[in-house]
Design a protein around this ligand. Structure first.
Ligand code: FAD
Length: 405
């Protein structure tokens, strides 16, 4: 049984907060350290927002789902489209999962709302010490505990002692770098442009989530609830284009006007450019230091898997730490955490997001046609559609991980 020192979690992103809430539910003390301050915590880019059925079940287990549902959009269906001529290729309906999950839909609810609600909930738990405005700098670890050095809200350097150190710091994890853990994979040369736009896309037959294939300008189109009801439109960019040229207002208008051939009636709410990485850490655990979420794996957002699989890491790890704290397991269960979640990161998250990208951007007309025929057939056959949706909702990934010893 480890000491009663808290589990130290670095990062109050969705993954760190879910881990804190799951540990608190098991009566384990947590200190969560977040560099953002009270006054700028909600000034983050909204980012991820499609929460799959598997993740909704986990949110529900810590009382988070009921806070998120009113702030999001329930999306039972999603579409694949061919951009040329705007033909709808396939419609997938999550209702075929009604016997597999209590949540036969995705919830469109952005990361910013998840962390806002997660933080409020964490503050109601006496065994979670939330330290905003506190920047983690370095750490020491040995067989009996960990020490994290932080710069606290008052600007003073402070050492926090803990039982375990969990890096939920996101992709730039200091813990991963200081432990010399390789972040294997690659970074795409083309950046993705995201334009936030208010427009009634549903009048054109779109679902709340749409994947649009085109050999030149594939796209994703997702709906979000307000303030200011808006859609997120993704476009690829060319490696030689400058950020200034891509984000120039004229360019955004040109891209949108070409998109649906509409001329007016839309309002641009914002835009940003992001780089896509496909990387998985070689190890998820060294001694008492453990990686979760983007600190352990990052991937393209096509398919909405990064946040979801990170939240799955958090719950898997919470179960293992709870067993250790209760004396029901020894630390070797943390190696099982690594085996299970690294397998999912490689064989599901990485594999599926790369396949999604290939499917949208496929250049060969014959392969495009075959992909589209396959998708159409799958969507029209309830047995095949259920199998497909079990995988895209990450329910399969959770079950497969459970079977790994
Ligand atoms: C444009 C875009 C769209 C996306 N869409 C989706 C989607 O639809 N579905 C999906 O599943 N995923 C999506 N993703 C991925 C998703 O946003 C991430 O996978 C998810 O946010 C990871 O959560 P996390 O908690 O691991 O890390 P983060 O969300 O990155 O949070 C890390 C936290 O740690 C804090 N921190 C960092 N360093 C320190 C430090 N030294 N000290 C203290 N605190 C620190 C940060 O301030 C931050 O609050 C998208 C990503 C992008 C870029």
């Amino acid at each position: 049984m480890p000491s009663s020192a808290p589990v130290i979690i670095i990062g109050a992103g969705p993954v760190g907060l879910c881990l804190a809430l799951a540990l608190a539910k098991a009566d384990i003390k947590v200190t969560i350290v977040e560099t953002l301050k009270e006054e700028n915590f909600l000034e983050q880019v909204p980012r991820a927002g499609t929460n799959h059925a598997s993740t909704l079940e986990l949110y529900d287990s810590i009382g988070l789902y009921e806070r998120l549902e009113p702030r999001g959009i329930i999306a039972p269906k999603f579409h694949y489209w061919e951009r040329k001529g705007w033909q709808r290729i396939a419609e997938f309906d999550h209702s075929v999962l009604k016997n597999d999950t209590r949540f036969p839909y995705a919830l469109q609810c952005e990361r910013i709302k998840i962390v806002e609600e997660g933080l409020k909930l964490a503050r109601t738990k006496p065994n979670i010490d939330v330290r905003l405005g506190t920047t983690f700098e370095s750490f020491e670890h040995n067989a009996s505990g960990v020490k994290a050095t932080v710069v606290n809200e008052a600007g003073e350097r402070e050492t926090i002692a803990g039982s375990y150190l969990v890096s939920a710091e996101g992709a730039r994890s200091i813990v991963r770098k200081d432990l010399d853990i390789e972040f294997e994979g690659f970074t795409e040369t083309e950046r993705t442009l995201n334009i936030e736009v208010s427009y009634e896309f549903r009048d054109h037959g779109f679902a709340e989530r749409n994947y649009i294939s085109d050999p030149v300008q594939w796209s994703n189109l997702f709906h979000w609830k307000g303030p200011a009801d808006r859609w997120r439109v993704h476009f690829p960019t060319k490696p030689h284009e400058t950020e200034e040229a891509i984000l120039a207002e004229d360019n955004l208008h040109r891209l949108l006007r070409d998109y649906l051939d509409y001329k007016t009636g839309y309002i641009i709410r914002g835009s940003n450019l992001y780089t896509v990485h496909q990387r998985v850490a070689k190890k998820f655990r060294v001694g008492r230091c453990i990686l979760v979420g983007d600190s352990a794996h990052i991937n393209s957002p096509i398919g909405a898997m990064g946040l979801n699989s990170g939240v799955h890491d958090a719950f898997n790890l919470a179960g293992k730490l709870t067993a250790i704290f209760r004396g029901e397991a020894d630390e070797s269960v943390l190696d099982r955490y690594e085996r299970q979640r690294r397998h999912v990161a490689l064989s599901h998250t990485q594999a599926d997001t790369m396949q999604n990208k290939r499917r949208l951007a496929e250049q060969d007309p014959a392969v495009r046609k075959k992909n589209q025929d396959d998708l159409r057939r799958t969507s029209e056959d309830p047995v095949a559609a259920r199998k497909f949706l079990l995988r895209t909702s990450l329910l399969d990934g959770l079950r497969e991980a459970e079977a790994i010893a």
